[in-house]
Design a protein around this ligand. Structure first.
Ligand code: ES4
Ligand code: ZN
Length: 315
């Protein structure tokens, strides 16, 4: 039996398996530029973050209706439950859908249909985190935040994702200030491909409570000391790091060293359809001693946005 755990770094659009992509394409009359599911899987040969993002955005074309978003999320939650996930904090990328003429209402209501039933259907509690695309403008991010205002009872926090290098956190200072004033929790991808300075900036300028990836903090010992001291969680995604070549192979993954350094790391799947496994596959790929795996599972609840310590310890 897989260990009970929380998943805190998961892009719902990154759970789109080729079989579901073709089923939704057929249902919606969308033409995909791939002959079959094998042809899509053959495209999972990435050089870096951008080469992955190109495919990730391309395949989103099949997501058109509330039912599509509900089916996508329900398929993820079923798989996650089978891998021991008891709590999932799910990222979504509204700008990628708004740009295709799919409304905020369609996206949020569709996802909510599955997330709202997840506790009873799958035994998985959920939160929704809305991400801004950092390679789009700050104005677009602010417009997106305003468009989400009617749905804030369903959205726990905001995040920052997509192409990192050249798009420092400071670009989104006002957006994050506004999000905080609206009562939203704050996270951001930082230090995936970008430099350690982006991690520091995400903390200082955006006020993030948790850093997604954060790997490159290891290049700055003072930053590591700060993350340890302030118990800032890092949501690490081992298979993603290997597939996007942030790390040469799993044997070279710095996660054990990060735990040794006292960092509050968690293990997550990021975009499991594309990177070769769901969260327990990531746990098993690391080949860690049992005690280390238990530490990571415990960290996942501690680092979550579950309301209080009592609730976290009860999991
Ligand atoms: C992402 Cl792995 C990763 N990094 C940045 N942005 C993303 N969006 C979806 N997956
Ligand atoms: Zn990510």
């Amino acid at each position: 039996m897989p260990l009970p755990k929380a998943e805190l770094h998961l892009h719902i659009e990154g759970t789109l398996e080729p079989e579901l992509a073709f089923a939704l394409a057929a249902r919606n009359g969308v033409e995909l530029p791939y002959a079959d599911t094998d042809a899509i899987r053959a495209a999972y040969d990435f050089d870096d973050l951008q080469s992955f993002l190109n495919l990730y955005y391309e395949l989103m074309a099949v997501l058109r209706t509330e039912r599509d978003f509900a089916d996508l999320a329900d398929a993820y939650l079923a798989r996650a439950a089978a891998q021991g996930v008891r709590h999932a904090e799910v990222f979504f990328d509204p700008q990628a859908h708004l740009a295709r003429g799919v409304s905020m209402e369609t996206v949020v209501e569709g996802l909510w249909r599955a997330l709202g039933e997840s506790e009873t259907r799958h035994g998985v509690s959920t939160r929704l985190i809305m991400c801004f695309l950092r390679d789009e403008s700050a104005e677009s991010a602010m417009d997106t935040l305003m468009a989400a205002k009617p749905y804030l009872d369903r959205i726990t926090g905001v995040g920052l994702d997509s192409a990192e290098v050249g798009h420092p956190p400071v670009k989104f200072r006002e957006v994050y200030e506004t999000a905080a004033a609206l009562g939203l929790r704050r996270v951001a991808h930082a230090g995936e491909e970008g430099p350690p300075e982006y991690v520091t900036e995400a903390l200082d300028v955006l006020g993030v409570e948790r850093v997604d990836h954060g790997l490159r903090c290891l290049e700055d010992p003072a930053l590591v000391a700060r993350l340890v001291r302030d118990r800032i969680p890092l949501t690490v995604c081992p298979l993603s790091n290997v597939r996007l070549r942030a790390v040469p192979d799993l044997a070279a993954h710095p996660l054990p060293a990060m735990l040794d350094a006292g960092l509050l790391c968690t293990v997550n799947s990021d975009d499991p359809a594309y990177f070769g496994g769901y969260v327990d596959d990531n746990f098993r790929a690391l080949n860690l001693p049992e005690e280390r795996q238990r530490e990571l599972a415990r960290n996942s609840f501690l680092a979550s946005f579950l309301e209080d310590d009592e609730e976290k310890r009860a999991r």
